[in-house]
Design a protein around this ligand. Structure first.
Ligand code: NAP
Length: 313
């Protein structure tokens, strides 16, 4: 039996990753999409919103929510209240307090709820976690730098409150970091650089630690015009570990492995969702978004040059 699934919000990530991942996974059948702008997908009808999708597709069992974080909570609650299994793009919401009710609601409705963090499914993340499990870590340095104009062309919501700014990709770094480290890190200092005309930061410099006093520095920057740099470097007494390419490459004390499959992460997410649905299980981890909320709570605001989608000529 396949799981009849719909997608809500047919934007960049839905087209780049969710549609191919669903098509490649025999556990799922795409039965419709909800798109406020009328986005169409081959082989599945389009509806204006979740209500119309649920009414128009008898037997709809699950939805994958691919809208921006703002307003997402209303959609997720509506889906859970309809008894649908729900898979959520990262971040799980626009604030911590608004999403606190979701696991309980999913349990009450006896449906699966999955807050996804695609970077955790990158091929090198699980081996990195396994290798670090019994090592003594002495320092961690995260550098997550990319060109916002390349990766988020014209996306106005990322600059609005709740859009998270540079933490939108930064949550990928923090989700991998919280997955591979044996002890939970927490924020001690944050410098947040806000363009003078924007509500969310374009860069952030974070200092974190853990109960053992480990030094963890995290540098996030959207003003990086060279090839993107998505890396986590971990020093240990047994040698260094480097997680590169967002988790596609691993270098452990000089021994390198690489798996450049661009669809591995979302294939992994849908495999996991296919496990959760029959078990009606909740997998809802807040660790990455808690770090972001704390960065905003502890952050020092630094005003930097205004940002325009089209650079001045
Ligand atoms: P996007 O290209 O802007 O697409 C979002 C889609 O959501 C829109 O096309 C729109 O689709 C729908 N939507 C509903 N309410 C909206 C609103 N108020 N403002 C804008 N769009 C709204 O964004 P995206 O890059 O796909 O990102 C969506 C989510 O996926 C975000 O949480 C992001 O962090 C996450 N994500 C993105 C990437 C990436 O590489 N872009 C990677 C991983 C995760 P309809 O017109 O069809 O309703």
């Amino acid at each position: 039996m396949t799981i009849k699934i719909g997608i809500v919000g047919v934007g960049k990530i839905a087209r780049d990753q969710h549609l191919p991942a669903i098509a490649a996974n025999p556990a799922f059948e795409l039965v419709g999409v909800a798109s406020r702008s009328g986005g169409t997908v081959d082989g599945a009808p389009t509806f204006t919103d979740l209500d119309a999708l649920a009414a128009g597709v008898p037997g709809l069992e699950a939805v994958s929510i691919c809208t921006p974080p703002q307003d997402r909570h209303t959609i997720v609650r509506a889906a859970l209240n309809r008894g649908l299994h729900v898979m959520l793009e990262k971040p799980p919401g626009a604030s911590l307090s608004e999403i606190a009710d979701l696991p309980g609601l999913a349990a009450t409705k006896n449906v699966a709820l999955f807050s996804t963090y695609h970077s955790r499914e990158a091929p090198a993340v699980a081996p990195a976690k396994a290798w670090l499990a019994d090592k003594t870590i002495t320092a961690v340095r995260v550098r997550w730098k990319e060109d916002v104009r390349h990766w988020h062309p014209g996306q106005a919501w990322i600059w609005e409150p709740g859009g998270l700014g540079v933490f939108d990709p930064g949550i990928n770094a923090l989700s991998s970091l919280t997955k591979i480290l044996p002890a939970a890190p927490f924020i001690v200092r944050a410098d947040l650089s806000f363009p003078s005309n924007r509500a969310t930061p374009i860069a952030a410099q974070l200092d974190l630690t853990d109960v053992a006093g480990l030094s963890i520095s995290v540098e996030l920057d959207w003003r990086h015009l060279d090839k993107e740099m998505w890396e986590i470097a971990v020093d240990t007494t047994a040698g260094p570990l480097l997680l590169l390419g967002g988790g596609a490459k691993l270098d452990i004390a000089g021994t390198k492995t690489e798996d450049p499959d661009p669809h591995a992460e979302y294939a992994g997410l849908y495999r996991r969702f296919a496990e959760l649905v029959p078990r009606r299980e909740v997998d809802f981890d807040l660790a990455p978004i808690k770090l972001i909320a704390d960065a905003f709570m502890l952050g020092r605001r630094i005003e930097v040059e205004a940002f325009e989608d089209q650079p001045a000529k």
